[in-house]
Design a protein around this ligand. Structure first.
Ligand code: FAD
Ligand code: NAP
Length: 313
């Protein structure tokens, strides 16, 4: 029986792993379906993690985190968790390989995933010219023109990254103001090879057997424009990864908001004793690495007290 099962190995899960093990829990496993690090490993640059100055990629930031946790005894199981349930005081971790592990407490931090924008051809050409990761795929378009869809921090930061590699970036946004930090908007506006295509939505991405050849956009006046590009990057927000909390009868294990975020109090406690939710998946998340890490620390301290109370009182 695990003292604590941590589901997800992003900044929230890894910090929970550090604090639970270093804080005295003996038997803690972090279940992460891929490489630890989370979605920030897809970011080409992070400049708002405290104490980290200079240009650093998300991958560079996250590389030391698992090693630091392992030093204090955190175990990592590279497996997808299908479901978390609870019987009496015991949590059951239903794993993708069909086996089940038991735990006294659970800290969940499964984060969020890129949302699809919903235009024609998006699914057909996904991975063949349509991408949600500039760091992964930007280099394929070195010296070429690309389109970026979205007007938030991610779209603008990734447009700036692509502008360094590509000949030109068309930044397509459905409004004429951005949902991004003023400093980032200013950088976008002074980057010569970024063309703003505002008040416009993508209608269709099209291409041939080789991949994408262009994107058709429609503006607020109803006019359409064809932009010839081999690559289209979409950054239109994220959906919370809450699937592991769905029970066999379709209900959620704990209380959720209508939009699928886990409801927690300021201690990261959910409505189920012993279950803590952290990072991007919890209600009112600032969706930042530093806040996800903070949540992980808070949840870990609470989990230590919960397990102590459960076993010793
Ligand atoms: P995540 O990082 O999403 O990690 C969740 C982990 O859980 C993943 O590793 C996933 O594989 C795993 N997982 C999911 N489901 C399962 C399952 N069923 N079983 C096992 N494992 C599972 N924030 C900043 O502070 N500054 C920035 O500059 C910044 N830039 C960003 C740029 C980009 C391109 C993106 C996408 C995000 C950026 N963010 C930035 C936001 C930041 O990355 C997130 O807020 C943060 O990573 C959230 O951490 P998390 O641990 O909650 O979740
Ligand atoms: P976001 O802030 O939700 O922005 C999504 C953008 O996509 C919005 O501009 C939205 O337009 C647009 N959009 C949504 N659906 C669309 C559709 N179907 N078609 C076309 N456009 C669509 O998402 P994000 O940029 O990924 O950021 C997510 C969170 O992570 C935010 O809290 C952000 O601050 C944080 N983050 C922070 C940093 C940083 O601190 N440096 C970096 C990256 C991300 P509207 O504006 O019209 O709604």
């Amino acid at each position: 029986m695990l003292d604590c099962a941590i589901i997800g190995g992003g900044p929230a899960g890894l910090t929970a792993g550090l604090y639970t093990t270093r804080g005295g829990l003996e038997n803690v496993t972090m279940f992460e379906k891929g490489m630890p690090g989370g979605q920030i490993t897809q970011s080409s640059e992070i400049e708002n993690y405290p104490g980290v100055t200079g240009e650093i990629t998300g991958m560079d930031l996250m590389i030391p985190w698992p090693e630091q946790c392992q030093k204090f005894g955190l175990k990592h199981a590279m497996v997808e968790v299908k479901r978390v349930s609870k019987e009496g005081d015991v949590f059951k971790i239903h794993k993708g390989d069909g086996t089940v592990e038991e735990a006294h407490s659970v800290i969940i931090g499964t984060g969020s995933s890129p949302r699809r924008a919903g235009f024609t051809g998006e699914d057909e050409f996904f991975g063949k010219g349509v991408s949600t990761c500039a760091t992964c795929d930007g280099f394929f378009y070195k010296g070429k023109e690309v389109a970026v869809v979205g007007g938030g921090d991610t779209a603008l930061e990734e447009a700036l990254y692509l502008a360094k590699i590509c000949a030109k970036v068309y930044l397509i946004h459905r409004r004429d103001t951005f949902r991004s930090a003023p400093n980032t908007v200013a950088r976008i506006k002074r980057t010569e090879n970024i063309e703003l295509v505002l008040n416009s939505v993508p209608e269709e991405v099209y291409g041939d057997k080789m991949g994408v050849t262009g994107i058709r956009v429609k503006n607020n006046a109803g006019e359409t424009r064809d932009i010839t590009v081999p690559g289209v990057f979409t950054f239109v927000g994220n959906d919370v990864n809450n699937q592991t909390l769905i029970q066999e009868d379709g209900s959620f294990l704990c209380e959720m908001t209508k939009s699928g975020e886990v409801i927690v109090d300021i201690s990261m406690k959910t409505s189920v004793p012993g279950l803590f939710a952290t990072g991007d998946m919890r209600i009112a998340a600032p969706k930042q690495v530093v806040s996800a890490a903070g949540d992980g620390a808070v949840a870990a301290l609470q989990a230590i007290s919960y397990v102590d109370e459960l076993l010793n009182h």
